[in-house]
Design a binder for this molecule. Structure first.
Ligand code: GDP
Ligand code: GDP
Length: 438
């Protein structure tokens, strides 16, 4: 199920990064490491009272000049409105209420998005509480006093945030149409792919029921079946420095990927696969989504009988953490192979939701163990008792063993390969948890 997205918005120096780091550092649920992916902390997984959400810091490059603070804040707020389910609007009790706060508050109020108003740097409740009441004037609800630096008031703030989340068994489940996010660097051809797919199919551009986002999802009917495409290309900002553009595109990507079943990771064939592609693909990998690598502009390169294999080798090397990803070579310009995307999407979704019976899994494990002895350490050998699948999207397995310490990463990888040999699971990552049973 997709997780709600929460964005932090506020003026420079009010404490956005401090709050983000405290929440990400202390309440982060699972530390997911994607080898080869450098992570600047723009987003983090947070867990509060059994509700998980993705936290986004819209800040980043801050303007020095006072006149551009407001336009910068408007832009931040717009990103948050476009991508988040709930917005944390953070102000500063020491600076007090300033004009740009009011302007941004107006904008947030008009958007209709749930907003949690937070007043930071209330390091001493007795001393500063009187100053907090001033923030009622913003007209976006009760100000919640916190001190990000001293970790005060964060529980009340998080309670207010999760109160805005949809019920976990809400409307989302009714919508079983495949949801496909198209992600990738600027100019790789995301919009062209969408337009091409649209051109060949009946189209309804719709407001999808059950979402509160303003971003427009595109519904495409192919062979009588409906697909929802989530586009990250829509937002184009001119005259931005590179880092800033990249930051915004990552925010958009996280939000789109979070809502998708399958991610089309678009790469430009004329450029080849890059580190930035690895970073973007890593978002889909970390979130356990189905992944299809779409090498676009295949028409624009010179080819011989080795080209495809060479491309594949390079992609496998740069995106080494996702060997399971499918690869397709297409051209949005000529339409080459694009219709095949639908079959691929269907297959990946099927694999994401595949459930393997426990009996069959255990047969495979027993056979695998017989073929390759489990590792041992200081005379003690790993024993594998039992394997069972506990979840789908992505398929998740629990293996019960005598001693967790003995379960080496490479042996888990070996078992994963055996399971893949038997069932494929193409296009989806698999998750393994190791539990001890004495
Ligand atoms: P950002 O620009 O909004 O991301 O703000 P930062 O997180 O970088 O914080 C700006 C300054 O405010 C830093 O010097 C922080 O140490 C300080 N700060 C952040 N939170 C608190 C707080 O709760 N109390 C106090 N007194 N200072 C804080
Ligand atoms: P986006 O930023 O990822 O949405 O990329 P666009 O769809 O705007 O495409 C960027 C540029 O690449 C445009 O000039 C397109 O005409 C061009 N382009 C897109 N797809 C193809 C393709 O399959 N072949 C060629 N030769 N050019 C393409």
């Amino acid at each position: 199920m997709s997780k709600p997205v929460v964005a932090i918005v506020g003026r420079p120096n009010v404490g956005k990064s401090t709050l983000f780091n405290v929440l990400a550092g202390e309440m982060i649920s699972i530390v997911k490491d994607t080898p080869g992916v450098t992570r600047d902390r723009i987003y983090a997984d947070v867990d509060w009272l059994d509700r998980e959400f993705t936290l986004i810091d819209t800040g980043g490059i801050e303007p020095d000049s006072r006149d551009i603070i407001l336009s910068q804040m408007r832009e931040q707020a717009q990103i948050a409105i476009d991508t988040a389910d709930v917005i944390i609007f953070i102000t500063d009790v020491k600076q007090g209420l300033v004009d740009s706060d009011s302007k941004v508050a107006d904008m947030l109020r008009r958007s209709g998005k749930p907003v949690v108003l937070v007043v930071n740097k209330v390091d001493n409740f007795d001393k500063y509480m009187a100053d907090v009441y001033e923030f009622y004037n913003l007209g976006i609800g009760d100000p919640i006093p916190i001190s990000a630096a001293s970790r005060l008031g964060l529980g009340d703030m998080l309670d207010a945030v999760i109160a805005h989340f949809p019920e976990s068994d809400g409307t989302e489940e009714d919508d079983d149409r495949p949801r496909v996010a198209i992600v990738g660097k600027p100019n790789v051809g995301k919009s062209s792919i969408i337009n091409r797919l649209l051109g060949e199919n009946r189209v309804i551009v719709s407001d999808i029921a059950g979402t509160t986002r303003d971003a427009i999802d595109t519904e495409i009917v192919h062979n009588g079946k409906e697909y929802v495409f989530i586009d990250t290309a829509g937002l184009r900002r001119k005259n931005k420095i590179k880092e800033e553009l990249e930051r915004y595109s990552i925010i958009r990507t996280v939000s789109a990927v979070e809502r998708a079943d399958v991610v089309l990771m678009v790469i430009d064939a004329t450029e080849g696969v890059t580190e930035q592609d690895a970073k973007i693909a890593g978002i889909a990998h970390e979130r356990g989504k189905g992944v299809i690598i779409v090498v676009n502009k295949w028409d624009a390169i010179e080819k011989n009988d080795k080209t495809m294999r060479e491309y594949e080798a390079k992609i496998r090397q740069v995106l080494s953490y996702m060997p399971y990803a499918e690869i397709m070579y297409v051209s949005a310009m000529t339409g080459q192979r694009l219709p095949k995307l639908y079959d691929m999407i269907d297959m990946v979704i099927e694999n994401q939701t595949l459930r393997i019976a426990t009996g069959v899994l255990n047969e495979i494990m027993t056979e695998a163990v017989a073929m390759q002895q489990p590792p041992s350490d200081k005379g003690k050998r790993l024993k594998l008792y039992y394997i069972t699948q506990v979840a789908v999207k992505p398929p998740t397995f629990v293996i019960f063993v005598n001693d967790k310490e003995l379960m080496h990463f490479s042996y888990t990888r070996y078992l994963e390969n055996k399971i893949r040999e038997a069932f494929g699971f193409r296009g989806t990552s698999l998750k393994f948890f190791i539990r001890e049973r004495k």
